[in-house]
Design a protein around this ligand. Sequence first.
Ligand code: MDE
Ligand code: FAD
Ligand code: SF4
Length: 642
Amino acid sequence: GLHALFQPLAIRSMTIKNRVIMGSMHVGLEGLENGVEKLTEFYKLRAKHEVGLIVTGGAAINAEGSGGLDFMTIYKDDDVERWKPLTSGVHDSGGKIALQLFHAGRYAYKALTGKEPVAPSPIQSPINPDQPREMSQEDIERTIHEFADGAKRAKEAGFDAVEIMGSEGYLINQFVSPATNMRDDRWGGSFENRIRFSLRILTEVRKAVGNNYPIFFRMSGLDLIKGSTTEEETIRWAQELEKAGADVLNVGIGWHESRVPTISMKVPRLHFVSVAEGISNNVSIPVVASNRINDPRDGDRLLQKGTVDLISMARPFLADAQIISKAKEGRFDEINTCIACNQACLDHVFEGLPASCLVNPEAGRETELTINSTSEPRKILVVGAGPAGLEASRVAAERGHKVTLVDEKGEIGGQLNYSKRIPGKQEFFETLRYYQVQLELLGVDVRLKHRLEENDPLLREVDKIILATGIIPRIPEIPGVNHSNIKTYRDVFDGDSVGKHVTIIGGGGIACDLALYLREKGVQTVTLLQRGKSFARGIGKTTRWATLMELRQQKIRMIGRIETYKKIENDGKTIVFQLDGEEQSITSDTIILAAGQLVNNKLAITLEKLGKNVTVIGGAKHAFGLDAKKAIYEGTIIGREI
Ligand code: MDE
Ligand code: FAD
Ligand code: SF4
């Protein structure tokens, strides 16, 4: 068992049953119809499954500090009553919950809050459209008291603790950093002055909640911003926070505008843990480590070392609400692991959508996507074991249907077997492991190397067919494109060899992934060609910039705005195109096509003609805008509809 992880911990009057905190995540449910109920169900399910302490998304302590439209608040008169059902729901489920006191500072968007953003100094962030207004002395005093009022309300609403948000480049962090605080009064300049705001907030919050109540402080352990707080200052800040009454330090990494990935798939697991360890060495209160901890066994090993006292996991609770109860029972292989893709969580938040999870569409949809056993078990045939077919099979089998899943390939996963080989995308192996284990547990009859044709005897034995046959690569219409030296991205992933110098036609997510994959495999030069202007389209907002950065680091040549492709000649090695009104050409050893996808629906059409009961999902239905998130979502829906 994981003994270190399942040790209880007392913090003032609160005892949490284990060392795992569900880190703060704004999930965007509270603004929906019946939002408080939705958010409550979301937290209750995690509480029921043994998480030690839940921290809410940031609750704004005033209007100008809000993260966005309809985000949690803790400054309105009715906020105490509003959050009571949430706290009692969590308590009834055996859990504990802390409210995060939040002020975005210059990261707030005027368009969403209706207020001018404020900051210690009027310096605009590179990722925000508005220049903030410099806070006056009165603004500062008022804001400090608003933090304290928020804490008081949180306590009244039944929260077990508060966490003061002082990391990620939000207001408090903006005061601490010399990069964003240019003040020359007592709130800026020297280090002592820059941390004054955070210490005053702690003191006032303590006064508001009394001596028994736990106060967590989320501090930035590493800003990853040029000219920002130094390592030595960070340690001193931690020590001062302890003196000012913080009970626990939760260590954050990076700001939103940092150009170093901090939580994405490309960040190795546990990569930033040493930052929390460095702080822990210098204070005597408990310290929380976070970022890219997605396996409870890693968390337990870390806690065994004794260098930190708690671990925080956030997204892993979206991927699997039962992660801790499964860990407690030693069912590690059954955990649906967070792959750190950000595609359905942080990307959604920055698009103004409610968060969910790519590998678990049930997350954030607790009131809609439940699994009900079927009253009429049927024989279901699922064709294609890509993400769409896998999820459809899992859900149908869980509901009690008898499921047979076939795939022509020798392994399950469809195109995820390509994704998992891209540098930094190995987490996809976990998704395949999860499905493998679930299908076995649910007794799904998986038949690999079985290509389904229209005359397959299986078709006569089943009541319902789900076709999840995916896509075929699109072959652009260019004279000479059919030459045998020209490959599709799929041929290459399936093992066809390529030369030392490669040209890829396409510039979307798959083309960029392929380019990075080939560079890692030793290909010397890779050129990406496309008609559009911006590369890596289709990759989410929170990770696309890092992919572009990596492409530049790998010296991948990117040529966009091509007007037309004229022809491919010279044994399929030279592509001739028009750019800036001029005819140009590139010669390389191999040309690879990664220029979009078409639905693979031939079988569907044939079976429908034969009058079979067929539903088509995933890439086989819509190739445009397809990704694994969409494929799994469609699988989860059809699995419930049949
Ligand atoms: P972009 O297109 O990447 O950048 C815009 C332009 O600015 C330039 N740029 C920079 N220049 C100089 N120095 C910099 N540091 C810098 N950063 C960007 C860019 O080059 C670009 O210029 P251009 O190329 O156009 O000339 O920006 P974007 O608008 O697409 O947005 C970027 C993101 C916000 C998406 C972003 O940067 C994000 O990816 N950061 C990731 C941070 C991260 O992973 N953090 C981990 C913790 S997650 C977390 O804490 C969750 C928070 C959700 C809160 S909820 C709060 C509670 O209520 C959401 C709150 C939203 C208010 C901020
Ligand atoms: P597929 O995954 O294509 O699966 C279809 C399956 O059907 C295949 O296994 C095939 O063998 C089988 N099949 C077809 N016809 C038959 C038949 N007649 N009989 C039996 N079996 C048959 N998406 C993301 O969301 N995030 C990413 O980071 C990401 N990275 C990617 C990286 C690369 C390099 C690639 C190529 C894709 C990536 N994708 C990513 C896209 C994602 O993998 C696909 O969108 C997704 O796999 C589509 O799922 P699907 O189930 O519809 O089809
Ligand atoms: Fe993790 Fe991706 Fe799910 Fe977000 S969407 S919780 S990053 S697996």
